[in-house]
Design a binder for this molecule. Structure first.
Ligand SMILES: [Zn+2]
Ligand SMILES: [Zn+2]
Length: 371
């Protein structure tokens, strides 16, 4: 199960620039491209490996995660990986590099190719609580999406009929015409680029080949996610058309605000109230954590603003080991209503304190300042 290092796959150093990454990947992609190595599965494997490595390292966010956590930082379980926004997979990178998409699945041109389209990627915004992010969770999602029509199996034709090749474009979906020196291709108007024409449309999907359905699914949300974390679920976007591959689903995490804790990275912060006596005399107090409570010692003479650090009680580190810390900032509470007894005790304290200040000559000093 040990995966090869992405930098090793691309043959670059860990500090390689974006340009170096791109040219290393381009070189490998050219060498192992399926069009150049037909039927060579080892080459195809290398080609995909390089594409995966590049897709991670080319994205600053993912690269940083990979540098810190290795493969664990950029993938989380079967079929899911941490993706970049709008990153549509291998075809997109190649489209970007070579100026064409869809390099897999047969030769260039022809009716099948022009009609088969990858389904759209979908985005699902999921709000979770801090507790859920702390433990990780399985989210139940209901995703409305276009799925291949069961009745016609996606070809759009009524039962017992088949779509016919479009005569206008000969099934390519495009009509070419000469304009000066250039040959210009235009989407065929007769079939709207599909390359075929459905004479008797399927009743279930009205000939579209896809139907909108609500898909229920479970998606595992790993512990440690934060607002903006994106979970890519491969192939769970919309179905493709005419046999094209499905798009991907991106689950984008939003953390709900918590009434007690604030989060920064993997650390948690909270404000810890103390009574005047607890702060002055010292005490043991229970500090809330996301697992329950933790006892800490407050030394005598603790001031408002003092911060106590409780190690390992912060958020789990995403894709890595360990937890951040919990920081409790002390606020000494001045009482707003006093019982008779409390008032009496505080008045006695005031007398003693006043005398103490006078003994130290502090009162005179203060008088000097305000003249
Ligand atoms: Zn149908
Ligand atoms: Zn046509």
């Amino acid at each position: 199960m040990s995966k090869k290092d992405y930098y090793e796959i691309l043959g670059v150093g860990r500090s390689a620039s974006d340009t170096e990454l791109k040219s290393a990947y381009r070189r490998l992609a050219m060498k192992y491209h399926p069009d150049k190595n037909p039927g060579d599965t080892a080459a195809e494997e290398k080609f995909k490996e390089a594409a995966e490595a590049y897709s991670v390292l080319a994205d600053a966010d993912q690269r940083q995660r990979y540098d810190r956590f290795g493969h664990a930082g950029v993938s989380s379980g079967a079929g899911a990986s941490w993706g970049a926004p709008g990153f549509g997979g291998i075809e997109d990178i190649l489209g970007d590099l070579f100026g064409f998409g869809d390099v897999f699945g047969g030769g260039r041109g022809g009716a099948r190719r022009s009609a088969a389209q990858r389904g759209a990627d979908l985005r699902y915004d999921l709000e979770i609580t801090l507790e859920e992010a702390y433990r990780g969770m399985t989210a139940q999602l209901r995703i409305p999406r276009l799925e291949t029509c069961d009745t016609c199996k996606g070809n759009g034709a009524a039962a017992g009929t088949q779509p016919e090749n479009c005569n206008n474009c000969g099934g390519t979906g495009q009509v070419r015409y000469q304009q000066g020196f250039f040959s210009v291709a235009r989407t065929c108007q007769a079939c709207r680029g599909a390359g075929r024409i459905v004479k008797n449309p399927c009743e279930a999907c009205r000939g579209a080949g896809r139907i909108e359905r609500e898909k229920q699914m479970e998606v595992k949300i790993p512990a440690g996610v934060e607002t903006g974390s994106r979970l890519r679920v491969q192939g769970e976007g919309e179905s493709g058309t005419q046999g094209g591959p499905a798009g991907d689903l991106y689950v984008v995490i939003h953390l709900a605000e918590h009434e007690r804790f604030e989060r920064q990275g993997s650390n948690l912060y909270l404000s810890q109230p103390l009574t005047f006596a607890q702060a002055a005399l010292g005490s043991e107090v229970l500090v809330a954590t996301l697992e329950g409570e933790e006892k800490i010692k407050i030394p005598a003479g603790t001031q408002t603003g003092t911060v106590f650090r409780i190690k390992g009680k912060g958020m789990p580190v995403l894709g890595g080991r360990g937890h951040g810390d919990l920081f409790a900032a002390v606020t000494v509470i001045t009482p707003t209503s006093l019982t008779r007894e409390q008032r009496k005790l505080l008045e006695q304290l005031a007398i003693v304190e006043n005398k103490d200040l006078e003994d130290k000559g502090l009162v005179d000093k203060v008088r000097d300042i305000f003249g």
